[in-house]
Ligand binder design. Structure first.
Ligand SMILES: NC(=O)c1ccc[n+]([C@@H]2O[C@H](COP(=O)([O-])OP(=O)(O)OC[C@H]3O[C@@H](n4cnc5c(N)ncnc54)[C@H](OP(=O)(O)O)[C@@H]3O)[C@@H](O)[C@H]2O)c1
Length: 251
């Protein structure tokens, strides 16, 4: 007799935001390989179509939703449309965010606040009725090492708020069997970090900053996101898991 695979996501219904590229795309592809059914969201239709084609090659069911999640109504509407398409939700991955370089203007701060914090909160709240119906419900928030580094720009403090939300919500929703966890990536090579991952000031002393001495790759995050969504992580909630190659010397 074959034992069930605790890492399988067979038939699980997953909503992933920011799935048109970068880490979100990597998570979508990892989930598809694990057997999940997918609802993918981002602003860019072309990027979503490309990812949908890629995951469909694994035989995954996939639905795409173009949405600007900084808009007030978009997060809740997205959950309703995704749940309708998939017939419910088991996994919610709040991944979409912007590092933002206009964060010290009022409009810039407001945009980052709405995308990086309000959207995950609204999506998670809207998903609750569906998660309550699920056999294996989990919310995965993509935070950042910046939550610990902080800074004057809003990115780090907003990620700290997202990590804090994760811990508190895990405590409140644990009684309902809903797990809430976060991943805190270090420096991962994506569009978001394209400006400095190969810059001399960063690579010059990478080994002193990061114990493993290299930048992270999308798959470094996607594998952890797959594990956290699976039954293998059934006793993990309220954890904010660093996936940063050991970026310990900064602290
Ligand atoms: N890369 C890193 O080193 C790193 C480190 C720590 C944490 N993180 C976190 O990891 C997550 C993914 O980052 P990434 O590096 O993959 O970033 P990325 O390559 O810039 O991708 C961001 C994703 O979010 C979507 N997005 C951006 N603005 C949006 C909006 N207003 N509405 C809906 N979707 C939007 C983008 O798609 P569209 O442009 O098509 O909308 C894209 O799919 C983020 O939460 C980020 O803060 C990344």
């Amino acid at each position: 007799m074959t034992a069930p695979n605790p890492f399988s996501l067979d038939g699980r219904r997953a909503l992933i935001t920011g799935a048109s590229r970068g880490i979100g795309r990597g998570i979508a592809e990892a989930y598809a390989r694990a057997g999940a059914r997918l609802a993918l969201a981002a602003r860019t239709t072309a990027g979503l179509s490309e990812v949908a084609d890629s995951v469909a090659q694994c035989g995954a069911e996939v639905h795409t939703f173009a949405a600007d999640l900084a808009d007030a109504e978009a997060p809740t509407l997205l959950v309703e449309r995704a749940a309708k398409a998939l017939g419910g939700l088991d996994i919610v991955v709040n991944n979409a965010a912007d590092a933002g370089h206009d964060g010290l203007t009022l409009d810039g701060y407001r945009r980052l606040l709405h995308l990086n914090l309000r959207a995950p909160v609204l999506i998670t709240q809207a998903a609750r009725p569906y998660l309550l119906e699920s056999q294996a419900p989990v919310v995965i928030n993509v935070s950042s090492v910046s939550a610990r580094l902080g800074g004057a720009e809003p990115y780090g403090p907003l990620k700290a708020a997202l990590s804090s939300y994760t811990v508190g919500l895990a405590r409140e929703w644990g009684k309902d069997g809903i797990r809430v966890v976060a991943i805190a990536p270090g420096v991962i090579e994506t569009d978001m970090t394209a400006g400095y991952t190969d810059a001399d000031w960063w690579t010059g002393n990478l080994a002193e900053r990061v114990a493993l001495g290299r930048n992270g790759q999308v798959d470094d995050i996607a594998g952890v996101a797959r594990f956290l969504a699976s039954d293998a992580a059934a006793y993990i909630t309220g954890a904010v898991i660093p996936v940063d190659g050991g970026w310990v010397h900064q602290f």
